[in-house]
Ligand binder design. Structure first.
Ligand SMILES: [Zn+2]
Length: 397
């Protein structure tokens, strides 16, 4: 459910309507009014304004009931957004629209230990190519978003221990006026699932979203809160085995060292790049012998142990898992509940903890960052503060 509040400024009202459209993927006027708590008259006024600015489009559809509305309102795919992700050992750049369609993608290999200077070099090179592409088509990017694993920790990012002021200045200089938002990779993943409308999300209330990709991270999803208010939980760096497998954070025995996609790729004997190119079908296409199969089950058990420990610290009654475990047969996924049973206070009880799985969308970077950019764009009401002094004045008032 969306937060029920009465929007005040013009920017807020526009943001509420635009966010509703991003979330629904398209709606009829009466539904928008009902879901945003605005009158149909205000919705009409805002939609006229948004249509004049080419931010929305209306398509005639057959009325859902006699005398019902006939124009389906969607966000305009003329709004160009840029998603940039540092994930899966690569730096991915994409230009797309609020529907999640990517019209341009470039992916450059990036070391998991990428230093700031090397990042800047790769980034500047990609921006040049991206700028040529967009200039050629007359595309103006309205909002960019960059997602980085481990970003946003008050104590600094142990995965990419970069100077954040230098990063912000670099982005502002390099992107040359395009507004850019920085976020944690798992928060971008949460934005992807909230806004992509591609798969039916299994949970509607507050829950822990656990992403098991090249990194392993959780995010506490509060359904009434905006995406950037979510808190990221670094479950991946919970040490589960003293003197265990080395982790990219510098410690040994972290959950990530056992359960990340990289760890799994090693077990099944497939290169990271092959996993990415095969996408969500990578496990189905493999013939796993008993030994490999048992090891994967053991890793799922470890994931369950870590998850139970995380839930002991922050109790929640629902968990959604996205990642390679979602691709495993249900019988194997029971190893997660066995691990949970061994660490969660009171043991695992399905009447107290709902566990759901969703498709991981392996190798689809930078789509998550693109959705985060779309979220940032709508949250700002589709207004550029510098370009529209009226909005800026209203914000101050
Ligand atoms: Zn670690």
């Amino acid at each position: 459910m969306l937060a029920r509040f009465t929007p005040r400024s013009r920017r807020e009202t526009r943001a509420t309507v635009l966010e509703n459209l991003l979330r629904s993927g398209g709606a009829f006027r009466p539904t928008i009014a009902r879901e945003t708590n605005l009158t149909e008259a205000s919705v009409s006024r805002i939609l006229t304004e948004l249509r004049n600015e080419n931010l929305i489009q209306e398509t005639r559809q057959s009325a859902p009931y006699p005398g019902g509305p006939t124009a389906l309102v969607t966000l305009s795919n003329n709004v160009a957004l840029a998603g940039i992700e540092l994930s899966n050992s690569r730096l991915s750049f994409g230009i797309g629209d609020p529907s999640g369609a990517l019209n341009y993608v470039e992916r450059l290999p990036a070391s998991p230990h990428l230093d700031q200077g090397e990042f800047e070099r790769l980034f500047a090179e990609s921006v040049r190519t991206m700028r040529d592409w967009s200039a050629h088509r007359g595309t103006v990017i309205r909002q960019a978003a960059l997602s980085i694993p481990g970003y946003g920790r008050a104590a600094g990012n142990p995965i990419y221990p970069w100077d954040m002021d230098r990063l912000r200045n670099f982005l502002a200089d390099t992107l040359d006026g395009v507004p850019v938002a920085l976020t944690n990779s798992v928060i971008a993943q949460a934005a992807f699932h909230r806004y992509s409308n591609t798969t039916k999300y299994p949970v509607s209330g507050d829950h822990l979203f656990l992403f098991v990709g090249h990194g392993v991270a959780g995010v506490i999803v509060d359904e009434s809160a905006p995406v950037d208010a979510f808190s990221a939980v670094e479950i991946g760096h919970m040490v589960i085995e003293r003197d265990g497998l080395p982790c990219r954070c510098g410690h040994k025995g972290c959950v990530e060292a056992y359960t990340s996609l990289r760890a799994i790729a090693k077990i099944i004997g497939v290169a990271d790049s092959a996993v990415l190119s095969r996408g969500d079908s990578f496990i189905e296409t493999l013939v796993l012998d008993q030994g490999v199969h048992d090891t994967l089950r053991e890793r799922l058990f470890t994931l369950g142990l870590g998850l139970g420990n995380a839930l002991n610290l922050h109790p929640l009654s629902s968990v959604v898992i996205s990642g390679w475990p979602s691709l495993m047969p249900e019988e194997d996924r029971k190893a997660i509940t066995e691990g949970l049973n061994d660490s969660l206070l009171g043991g695992f009880d399905e009447s107290r903890l709902a566990l759901s799985f969703i498709a991981p969308s392996i190798g689809n970077d930078p789509r998550a960052a693109l959705y985060y950019a779309a979220y940032c764009f709508v949250r700002g009401g589709g207004l550029d503060a510098k370009a529209d002094p009226r909005a800026a004045l209203e914000e101050i008032a």
